[in-house]
Design a binder for this molecule. Structure first.
Ligand SMILES: C[S@@+](CC[C@H](N)C(=O)[O-])C[C@H]1O[C@@H](n2cnc3c(N)ncnc32)[C@H](O)[C@@H]1O
Length: 276
């Protein structure tokens, strides 16, 4: 067995106690010890392959909104990765260092913490968070193969051994109840077709006292911008989240201590909560 396969199997061994089968939802996943690298469910028999740096725990359906589709394209994914930090400066009003710093501080990340980075995209936050949490395991989960391919290249380049990239859907997270003490979701919420369901899932996989932090496009305070936001929703299913109203969904999902604040530019905002 070569070193890469051995490293991947060790990573899967570490992740197994946090995962559940995305098909039958049972807790009987086991690492394949021969043949392809991946996991098998001892209950339903499904096999989930780890290939090209990504464990595929997505069970479909392959139906995507306009916003989700845009980030499946290789070209847009490459552009997004390249210009994300410039966009951050223009749309969010802060530098990449300030944003990374915020996401390291908000969930109060400590050495050894396990963390789920939902909607990880190319790993813009996954890698800095993994450096902070090491040797804690960081799971970067996204639905888009193109985004995950970029993330896999970035993880390989960074040569870290505590990041597992997973293809999965936030509406049906392949993690056990109470699996992780920290969940991060940078720039994901406005893309999720059903934010309330996504939130229920995030709350389910958080352990008691666990912290959830994120950022999202948010509703602009000026009524003049409403037609544009409504058009973007109709055309691309991009939500402009009302972060004040979001409190009700957060609390309904069983999370407490909800706080939110706008970015320097009001189209974007940050939020955090904890599992009570
Ligand atoms: C704007 S990107 C954010 C990427 C990264 N977190 C960042 O801040 O640079 C939003 C990501 O959400 C992912 N996404 C959209 N719908 C999803 C879903 N249902 N489950 C998991 N990820 C999803 C997209 O594929 C995309 O990579």
């Amino acid at each position: 067995m070569n070193t890469k396969t051995t490293r991947t199997r060790l990573l899967l061994e570490r992740a197994c106690p946090l995962l559940r089968c995305p098909a039958c939802l049972r807790l009987r996943l086991e690492v394949l010890t021969s043949g392809p690298t991946g996991l098998a469910c001892d209950a339903c028999g499904r096999v989930f392959i780890h290939a090209d740096g990504v464990l595929n725990l997505y069970t479909g359906p392959e139906l995507f909104t306009g916003a989700q589709r845009s980030l499946q394209s290789r070209m847009l994914t490459a552009l997004y990765e390249r210009f994300r930090w410039l966009l951050a400066k223009a749309i969010i009003g802060c530098t990449s260092e300030e944003e990374v710093d915020r996401f390291e501080r908000t969930p109060d990340l400590k050495t050894g913490d396990a963390l789920l980075d939902v909607a990880c995209g190319p790993g813009n936050f996954t890698l800095p968070l993994a450096r902070r949490a090491a040797p804690g395991l960081v799971i970067g989960l996204d639905i888009s193969p193109a985004q995950l391919a970029r993330a896999a290249a970035n993880v390989a380049r960074a040569d870290v051994d505590n990041v597992l990239l997973v293809r999965g859907d936030v509406h049906r997270l392949p993690l056990r109840d109470g699996a992780v003490p920290k969940v991060n979701c940078a720039g994901g919420l406005h893309q999720f077709p059903d934010p309330a369901k996504a939130l229920d899932e995030i709350a389910r996989v958080l352990s008691m006292g666990g912290r959830f932090s994120g950022s999202t496009l948010q509703r602009h305070p000026s009524p003049r911008t409403l037609p544009l936001q409504e058009w973007l929703y109709r055309r691309w299913k991009v939500h402009f989240v009302d972060l004040a109203g979001f409190r009700a969904l957060v609390e309904r999902a069983g999370l407490a201590n909800y706080r939110h604040e706008p970015a320097p530019i009001p189209w974007f905002g940050y939020y955090q909560a904890a599992k009570a």
